[in-house]
Design a protein around this ligand. Structure first.
Ligand SMILES: NC(=O)c1ccc[n+]([C@@H]2O[C@H](COP(=O)([O-])OP(=O)(O)OC[C@H]3O[C@@H](n4cnc5c(N)ncnc54)[C@H](O)[C@@H]3O)[C@@H](O)[C@H]2O)c1
Length: 455
């Protein structure tokens, strides 16, 4: 009764939401999401989903059990489907050649080999994970190694969703990119994938290209986004020296329609599982083609991010009279951005560790990410508090690490009243009313503009 059978290997931040959206929008397709992590698959079958994304539960509930299924039977899912999305993790390699830079493709290759082993009919295999340009070639070589006449077509369909807004991004994507070989078989497979998205995405937003352009575009998109953050963060340091205000500068610069206003907020730095990893990957690829200047150029985006994180901690220590030994410091937010529980590469991890090195007493509060924080800082002497008011009680300083909307509307007067004096506030996301907080009694340290101090 289903007109297509689609499988997705990898039920993470990308595989889960993407497939849930396809299933919700296309009741005529059967969608099977498979993962070897049983706890994750079990959680997808409950209403406590394994990841937090606003609106995701509604999407999952609309299709689960109807045409959306979660399983650990990877082989079965491969056998049943004619279209297989692969959305496994592709972290930075931690060993051997290219360690610390190249993408670790072991998970991807294992899946490719499993597809090869289990397939008795032709399949379209889709790179959903972010991969180095030219990976499709390797995949084709592995998949067509058996020579038994079963044909595989490899398509690149990178995912551009952002955590925290995944449902909205999937519902109304800026674009969907589908790259293929430009052979008759490749173009036919490309059209099959276009047809899936055409169920809800307007035709002009479905972009097609050759397979290498699609692979590379994902790395470049993330590199450009991260570059904007590093650009404005570099200017925040200059603003602090010159009495310019980075919010005013960003506003004025962003009003130029050629520049645009989004992604120009100075902050403690970017995090997340993708930006750093994808830039490192881009750098590695450039190096491997001998493009050293290009590699250095993109590498500097990461260097600037690290500088910003370090600068933030240094400023905290300096402001608090050059010692934070035994001082209670409350970190407000631990996820790498608002509206997600994801803490991978969160600047808060770096800041928490540095503060502990300086022997501060660190307290962490976050509306969604405390469980992940416990995991990231396992064994460290950290206190966790669900309630931000409790976290701040008796603290010498509060540092905003994540731009959670609720932090804007806290009763900051009450928080000030419960803290040690002088009370410090470091706004690592530039989201609060700095002058107002100063008037409540805080010594306030924004990013990229002068501090408001009572002494
Ligand atoms: N997280 C994002 O915001 C985002 C956005 C766009 C693209 N991407 C890219 O998408 C890919 C997946 O990212 P993610 O955040 O969803 O990762 P994730 O770690 O959340 O999920 C990956 C899943 O793959 C599973 N897996 C690994 N090897 C497997 C195998 N052999 N068989 C079955 N399952 C296997 C893991 O158990 C895990 O559940 C990455 O390449 C990433 O760069 C991520």
């Amino acid at each position: 009764m289903f007109t297509k059978r689609i499988a997705c290997i990898g039920a993470g931040y990308v595989g889960g939401p993407t497939m849930a959206m396809i299933a919700m929008k296309c009741p005529q397709y059967k969608v099977i999401v498979a993962d070897l992590n049983k706890a994750r698959i079990d959680a997808w079958q409950t209403d406590s989903l394994p990841i937090y994304e606003p609106g995701l539960l509604d999407v999952v509930q609309a299709a689960r059990g109807r045409n959306l299924f979660f399983t650990t039977d990877i082989a079965g899912a491969i056998r049943e489907a004619e279209i297989i999305f692969v959305s496994v993790n592709t972290p930075t390699k931690t060993f051997g050649e290219g360690a610390g830079r190249a993408a670790d493709l072991q998970y991807w290759e294992k899946v490719a080999r499993e597809i090869l082993r289990e397939s008795t009919s032709p399949k379209i295999v889709i790179e959903k994970s972010t991969l180095p340009v030219k990976t499709a070639q390797t995949m084709e070589t592995i998949l067509n190694a058996k020579g038994d006449g079963v044909h595989f077509e490899v398509i690149s369909n990178p995912e551009f969703l952002a955590e925290g807004t995944a449902v909205k991004d999937l519902l109304e994507p800026d674009r969907v990119l589908i790259g293929s070989r430009e052979t008759p078989e490749g173009l036919k497979a490309r059209q099959e994938i276009v047809d899936i998205y055409a169920n809800w995405v307007p035709a002009e937003r479905i972009v097609t290209s050759n397979v290498w352009s699609a692979e590379l575009s994902k790395l470049v998109a993330n590199a450009f986004l991260a570059q904007r953050i590093s650009s404005i963060n570099s200017i925040s340091a200059l603003c602090e020296k010159t009495e310019a205000n980075v919010r005013e500068v960003a506003h004025a610069v962003g009003m130029d329609s050629r520049v645009g206003s989004r992604f120009l907020n100075a902050s403690v730095g970017f995090g997340g599982s993708c930006f750093k990893k994808d830039i490192l990957n881009l750098v590695y690829i450039c190096e491997s083609y001998g493009l050293h200047e290009v590699a250095r150029y993109w590498e500097s985006v990461i260097t600037m991010n690290e500088y910003q994180e370090q600068r933030f901690v240094r400023a905290m220590i300096r402001a608090m009279f050059n010692t934070i030994v035994d001082k209670r410091i409350a970190l407000f937010g631990f996820s790498f951005k608002a509206d997600t529980s994801d803490t991978r590469e969160s600047p808060a991890i770096f800041v928490a560790r540095k503060l502990m090195e300086e022997r501060a007493r660190v307290v962490i509060t976050d509306p969604k990410a405390i469980e992940n924080a416990r995991h990231d800082l396992e064994g460290a002497p950290v206190e966790y508090a669900e309630d931000p008011y409790q976290a701040a009680r008796g603290a010498h300083a509060v540092a905003i690490m994540t731009e959670w909307e609720e932090y804007r509307t806290l009763d900051w007067g009450k928080i000030y009243g419960s803290m040690e004096k002088p009370a410090f506030l470091f706004d690592g996301r530039n989201i609060l009313d700095h002058k107002g907080l100063y008037e409540l009694g805080f010594n306030v340290y924004p990013l990229g503009s002068p501090a408001y101090r009572h002494f």
